[in-house]
Design a protein around this ligand. Sequence first.
Ligand SMILES: [Zn+2]
Length: 139
Amino acid sequence: MNDTDVAKSKHEEVPEKGPRPLPEVLLWRGVRLRCPRCGEGRLYRNYIKMNDCCSSCSLKLKREPGYYLGATYFNYGATVLSMSAMFLFFRLGMNISVDTILWPLFTFCLIFPLLFFRHARALWLAFDCQFDRSVLDEK
Ligand SMILES: [Zn+2]
């Protein structure tokens, strides 16, 4: 195999098709729960159900089993960061005792992930599109 064949095979692994969205664009599309490829199609048909594919560009949103498991990292991270920020704000900023803020923060840690899971999945998909650009080239 000569250099041309190697370059050709590498080119075939990651096809180049059109301009790629910038990372901040992918992030914004994730926050808005929009398709990471076109930014037009909605990711969810209702509060829980994700669309099988984008209504605008047909990007496959229903991925292989376990694909969205990575979204739990985003959900966990967002929960821990926001809970820690609130703890520091109430404890150090407002000087409220730990006994007083413990149960409200515990309740927050139970409810917030349920409310954030759609964004966690959307951000995971955008994250994957940023680092595995072949997802954007799928038919
Ligand atoms: Zn789309």
